[in-house]
Design a protein around this ligand. Structure first.
Ligand SMILES: NC(=O)c1ccc[n+]([C@@H]2O[C@H](COP(=O)([O-])OP(=O)(O)OC[C@H]3O[C@@H](n4cnc5c(N)ncnc54)[C@H](O)[C@@H]3O)[C@@H](O)[C@H]2O)c1
Length: 318
């Protein structure tokens, strides 16, 4: 049942955020919203969800504290509810981060929609589904949007916002304003594209990497080193377009394209996805284990967080 409110709260008036699904991404959102001073209500059907969530939030808190907590931010402001409807009824904003399964999301969004005050915007963390496909069972699809984050949502600024066929432009604008108000960097997309913008780009890179591992052309370690000690160092400063603008010297992108364009036909080939054979799966998994070299996931998370904070600080974007 939806209850009527006197209009949608202004983005700056949001006090309570409900996070549905509390795994890697949902937990990251919980940590982020707590650090920004919100009251957060979480719901996740897994038996061990609360324990996993509190572990994730505790692991993220040192990084968030180092970056600076909002006034009044506290771990005490997290409530884990055991009933979805109770969690949604309290929301000024809902962020859904359940598993990437279209039928599951369609049914879940309908349940969230039925339990959330009708003016409240509902956002999905989906990595690639169009909201048009997910909102079909909602009674109020006009307030459903995609708010696609990056792991970890508590440190990576970008959120891609896009509506579906039945979403109102006002809800898309509201969600964009709200994420911006919380401190996020927002791309508001005019149209739905599978994988949005950033995932299409990172999946293209990954697709090429999987082909190279499958063909024995490069190891997992070489692929990672090729980015961390190569182009990856430039990307936090300039994206791939401005990076190549500089590759053209004083002639910029025009010279880059005129000079290198013909020879780029070969690396520009659009490969089809590599077949995910058991052998390729094992090669990638084994390679990652070798590269981790005894570092646990918690060790790697801490290492990543320290590094991302250092980069954001160095660039004056913390
Ligand atoms: N992992 C990433 O890097 C990443 C990045 C951006 C977006 N996303 C998206 O975020 C969403 C969550 O992905 P994740 O990586 O956190 O997955 P995850 O497996 O870590 O977490 C999913 C959580 O959802 C819970 N869950 C299971 N069934 C549920 C249901 N019916 N309702 C609500 N919760 C349920 C699980 O218990 C689990 O805690 C997906 O849509 C994914 O595409 C993931």
């Amino acid at each position: 049942m939806t209850s009527a409110r006197v209009g949608r709260p202004a983005p700056a008036d949001v006090r309570t955020v409900t996070c549905v699904g509390a795994g890697v991404i949902g937990g990251g959102w919980v940590a982020y919203f707590l650090a920004r001073g919100y009251r957060v209500v979480a719901w996740d059907p897994a038996e061990d969800a609360e324990q996993r969530l509190r572990h994730l939030v505790s692991a993220a808190w040192p990084a968030l504290t180092e970056l600076g907590l909002a006034d009044g931010a506290s771990l005490e402001h997290l409530t884990v509810e055991h009933d979805l409807a109770t969690a949604c009824a309290q929301a000024d904003f809902v962020q859904e981060s359940a598993p990437e399964d279209l039928e599951l999301k369609r049914a879940l969004l309908a349940r969230i929609d039925a339990a959330t005050p009708v003016e409240v915007v509902i956002s999905s963390s989906t990595s690639g589904y169009a909201m048009s496909e997910m909102q079909t069972a909602c009674a109020h699809p006009e307030r459903t949007v995609v708010g696609h984050p990056f792991n970890p949502p508590y440190l990576i600024p970008l959120v891609e916002v896009v509506g579906g066929a039945a979403t109102s432009p006002e809800a898309v604008a509201w969600a964009s304003d709200f994420f911006r108000h919380t401190g996020k960097s927002v791309i508001t997309m005019e149209r739905e594209v599978p994988g949005f913008i950033a995932n299409r780009l990172q999946e293209a890179l990954w697709r090429e990497a999987l082909h190279m591992v499958a063909a024995g052309e490069a190891t997992v370690e070489q692929i990672d080193l090729s980015i961390t000690d190569g182009p990856g160092l430039r990307w936090p400063v300039h994206g791939p377009m401005l990076t190549f603008h500089l590759a053209g010297g004083q002639g910029g992108m025009a010279h880059m394209l005129d000079h290198f364009g013909p020879s780029l036909q070969s690396p520009w080939t659009r490969l089809v996805a590599a077949e995910l054979t058991p052998a390729l799966r094992d090669a990638v998994v084994d390679g990652c284990d070798r590269e981790a070299d005894g570092r646990s996931i918690d060790d790697l998370v801490a290492e990543r967080d320290r590094g991302v904070i250092a980069i954001l600080r160095a660039l004056g974007r913390a």
